[in-house]
Design a protein around this ligand. Structure first.
Ligand code: NAD
Length: 498
């Protein structure tokens, strides 16, 4: 008998009552490990009502109180990080060490949120005019909704709600229906840390739950992370309903390797960033652009490393890469490799035939490497989101940057070189929100902000860091005068400062 995962509303786990459930699988075995209750619009309304009810007291709570809860939360998350990582690995499939890394990167944002008194400090200008002072404040926006993808079931929720609640908002999270248990544990730990009931709620479900949140009149802001078509639609719908929205979408990240690069470092970086987490990272490298005569040597070094990647279940310490999230996704990814040769690419490593002994029903796929991939090939044009690395050849730096900038996405981009001048040029010329110099996965630390350009982000604010604080607060400017008899008198003119 599998258990059924419900929701977390008003400080307690509640069973779903819609009558609809979905299967949650263990991707390493293909077996169903739980059922997930799918929230009805009425259940979403209940979660929003709980968040709305908790808002005045929480928004009015002192910074000292909020900080105390966040520090307690940080301590609990740190103590329970292995339990969280095991849950992530069991439902997502990524290897345990990778899941631990995900928790560590999520914790960075909790660290940031612990410093919220500093982040909300505001500004004061005295005597801007005679006896007039001006203060700028930042106040909470209200009830915030967060909608998150399957590939980082703990880290992406942690990008959002710790900072949102630190700023005095209350929150309703809709995690991915494919691996929801990490979010439920995050919510129960927040309650254990002393977060009052209703400040953080979790509704499980699918598109219908998201659409109810987007349309709900009591939801003031929406943070979304997922694929580009959904991100675009989420932004359109939330803006039409009068909300502020940040909607992070998909990616196709390029790594440019210049002729002077350290090829071993570049090959290591390409393999780690392309195949880590089975390529199911929005910051995965999916295209290497080899510039000049190094192409053959670079491909040989990547291929040697790719063939050695050990694929197996996430709970086996010997595994370096786990299964994909579903059987359908595994088959879709394999299709790109199977079509590549007919579309003009050279298949250097073909992982589509891989079988993992004892795990024949798991959603495994080996790693694949495609060389000389034409830009018209499906594998180059689409976000594959699997362990497939494309190599494209370019004759010059200019040709490489033109190729990168022709991509509709602009999440991350990396350059590998020993030439500081070329690296500097790349930083300024590449059209991407996050750039790595000899760093293949340039995910910003918690006190900077994360976000892409073009079809990788719809909205004006990146997540966490200073942008996160701005997104989760509204500005207010207070102008004060403590009058002096000298200010008396009627004057209908527009007040000029003097
Ligand atoms: P997805 O877009 O299918 O789902 C994301 C969330 O939206 C889930 O909670 C899902 O239930 C919900 N959803 C799905 N379809 C919907 C619809 N039609 N209307 C409303 N809500 C809907 O994404 P996924 O497969 O879970 O995650 C992988 C994608 O997320 C990839 O494209 C990846 O690049 C992207 N991603 C981006 C970032 C980033 O920071 N830019 C980070 C992680 C993942």
């Amino acid at each position: 008998m599998t258990h059924t995962i419900g929701h977390w509303i008003a400080g307690a786990a509640v069973p779903g009552d819609s009558g609809r459930t979905l299967a949650v699988h263990d991707p390493a075995t293909g077996e169903e490990r739980a059922r997930l209750a799918v929230a009805s619009p009425e259940e979403v309304d209940r979660a929003v009502a709980a968040a709305r009810e908790a808002l005045p007291a929480w928004a009015g709570s002192s910074l000292a109180r909020r900080t105390a809860v966040l520090f307690a939360y940080r301590t609990l998350l740190d103590a329970r990080r292995e339990e969280l990582a095991r849950l992530i690995s069991a439902e997502h499939g990524k290897v345990f060490s990778d899941a631990l890394g995900e928790v560590a990167r999520g914790l960075e944002v909790v660290d940031l949120a612990c410093g919220v008194p500093q982040l909300l400090k505001g500004e004061l200008s005295t005597e801007v005019s005679a006896r007039v002072d001006v203060a700028s404040l930042r106040q909470p926006v209200g009830v915030v909704a967060g909608v998150t993808p399957f590939n980082f079931p703990a880290m992406v929720p942690l990008w959002m709600f710790p900072l949102a609640v630190a700023c005095g908002n209350t929150f309703v999270l809709k995690p991915s229906e494919k691996d929801p248990s990490a979010a439920m544990l995050l919510a129960s730990l927040a309650a254990e840390a002393g977060l009052p009931a209703g400040v953080l709620n979790v509704v499980n479900g699918d598109r219908a739950a998201v659409e109810r949140l987007l349309d709900h009149p009591e939801v003031a802001a929406v943070s979304f992370v997922g694929s580009t078509p959904v991100a675009r639609e989420v932004q359109r719908r939330a803006v039409a309903a009068g909300k502020r929205v940040q909607a992070l979408g998909g990616a196709k990240n390029h790594m440019v390797v210049l002729p002077d690069a350290d090829l071993d470092l570049a090959a290591d970086g390409a393999v780690n960033a392309a195949y880590g987490s089975a390529g199911e990272r929005c910051m995965a490298v999916s295209v290497v652009v080899a510039v000049g005569a190094i192409g053959d040597e670079l491909v040989a070094r990547i291929a040697e490393r790719a063939r050695a990647v050990r694929v197996g279940p996430g709970d086996d310490p010997a595994s370096e890469m786990g299964p994909l999230i579903t059987a359908e996704h595994r088959d879709r990814v394999a299709g790109y490799v199977q079509r590549a040769a007919a579309q003009g690419a050279e298949v250097v490593v073909d992982g589509t035939g891989l079988r993992v002994p004892g795990h024949e029903d798991g959603f495994f796929l080996g790693v694949s490497l495609l060389d000389r991939v034409p830009t018209a090939c499906d594998a180059y044009r689409d976000e594959i989101f699997g362990p497939v690395l494309c190599v494209v050849r370019a004759d010059s730096y200019e040709e490489a940057v033109t190729l990168v900038n022709a991509s509709p996405w602009g999440n991350g981009a990396a350059v590998f070189t020993r030439d500081g001048g070329a690296a500097r040029r790349f930083q300024l010329e590449v059209e991407a929100g996050m750039v790595g110099v000899n760093v293949p996965v340039p995910v910003p630390v918690g006190h900077h902000s994360f976000g892409g350009w073009k079809d990788s982000l719809f909205g004006d604010h990146h997540v966490y860091g200073e942008d996160g604080v701005r997104f989760y607060t509204r500005g207010k400017v207070v102008t004060t005068r403590w009058p002096d008899p000298a200010d008396a008198g009627v004057d209908l003119g527009f007040p000029a400062n003097r």
